[in-house]
Design a protein. Structure first.
Length: 358
């Protein structure tokens, strides 16, 4: 009996040491990038944009290539943390690249792009999106969001380690780009919602003007209202600074807010919001800015689905959390969500046709 108790005691001690060692590893390996960081720009052209000419911008959260329509995500109440396999990631990336080529946007903003990750089977999605042979004619900027420790959660199929961020493409010169860290949770939740940042890129416009382009992916699962407000305040400050400098300003990406403000009414879904479907505080926007809504409510094509179960059209929870903010010197001609049926991501891409007004 003593030997049994001794064996159990030793086992317990070993487990405590292993768990303590892992927790120490997670905390000690955690670090944030600098709050402000200049980004490397890969420019393939010195072309400038022009006023009074229509352009098209697309924003697409690609979900690190892991989400076919039958996929569900553990943090949203579903089953999986990683993609099914490498072939699924490659197939989804092929669909994403084909969609981008078909849309042929002048500007493309991508979120949740893995540079290297266990969850995406180490497919370099950043390289695929920025490769001149894959999508020719674009200047590109990559801003890393996070380089996480190995997350041993869920235990049965850990999401693992991931280096991921946001990618900006433009059919014109990107003269400079800067990464700004966003406020995030400071407690243990920071290991699950991970790091966040925006990239602020400048594109020359003929006539000695500038288009400031902001790519973002705001926090999804935080329950901390102050974090959400702080992220928006930092964003609004950047928008205001650019506008006051005389720039055109477009902000695009995944806001993890209801960009219509009444998506439950539009799509006939439940009214109780998830952490990522709070109405966007449109009334708090800085002066001279608006949400580009167009006919999105009338079209009723969602940009995101909930990932608690496989997607079923007409049954799954859907909303619009992706979109664009524009300054009043940018004319919005059309806004539309492309109905891909969530074939390659838990998001559908959203586009906006716009003109820079002289």
């Amino acid at each position: 009996m003593k030997r049994l108790f001794k064996g159990i005691l030793i086992l317990v001690i070993v487990l405590v040491v292993v768990v303590a060692g892992y927790v120490a590893y997670v905390f000690l390996s955690y670090k944030r990038l600098p709050e402000t960081m200049e980004l490397a720009v890969e420019s393939t052209t010195k072309e400038s944009f022009a006023t009074n000419q229509e352009y098209k911008i697309m924003s697409y959260n690609i979900g690190y290539g892991a989400y076919p329509t039958d996929y569900s995500f553990f943090m949203d109440g579903g089953k999986y943390s990683r993609a099914y396999d490498e072939a699924t990631v490659e197939q989804n990336m092929l669909g994403i690249l084909e969609t981008t080529a078909d849309v042929n946007p002048d500007i493309a903003l991508f979120q949740e792009v893995d540079e290297d990750g266990d969850r995406s089977f180490h497919v370099n999605e950043v390289k695929q999106l920025t490769d001149e042979e894959t999508l020719p004619g674009y200047s590109s900027v990559y801003a890393q969001n996070y380089d996480s420790a190995y997350l041993f959660y869920p235990v049965t199929n850990p999401i693992g380690k991931a280096k991921s961020g946001i990618v900006t493409l433009a059919k014109g010169e990107i003269s400079q780009s800067t990464r700004y860290s966003l406020p995030i949770d400071t407690d243990f939740n920071k290991f699950f919602d991970l790091d966040r940042a925006i990239s602020v890129s400048e594109i020359p416009v003929k006539g000695d003007k500038t288009l400031t382009l902001i790519n973002l992916h705001l926090s999804a699962f935080t329950k901390n209202r102050k974090v959400r407000e702080a992220q928006l305040n930092l964003l609004f400050d950047q928008m205001t600074q650019a506008y006051e400098a005389g720039h055109y300003v477009i902000v695009g990406g995944d806001y993890n807010h209801d960009m219509l403000g009444n998506s439950p009414e539009v799509f006939g879904t439940q009214t109780e919001p998830f952490n990522w479907t709070h109405p966007f505080p449109e009334s708090e926007l800085p002066e001279h800015f608006q949400v580009a809504k167009g006919n999105l409510a009338q079209a009723k094509i969602p940009s995101v689905r909930r990932n608690n179960e496989p997607y079923v059209k007409g049954e799954s929870f859907v909303s619009i959390v992706d979109g664009f903010l524009v300054s009043d010197n940018v004319k919005v001609n059309q806004v539309a969500v492309i109905d891909n049926g969530f074939a390659n991501s838990d998001h559908n891409p959203i586009t906006m046709n716009f003109t820079l007004v002289e």
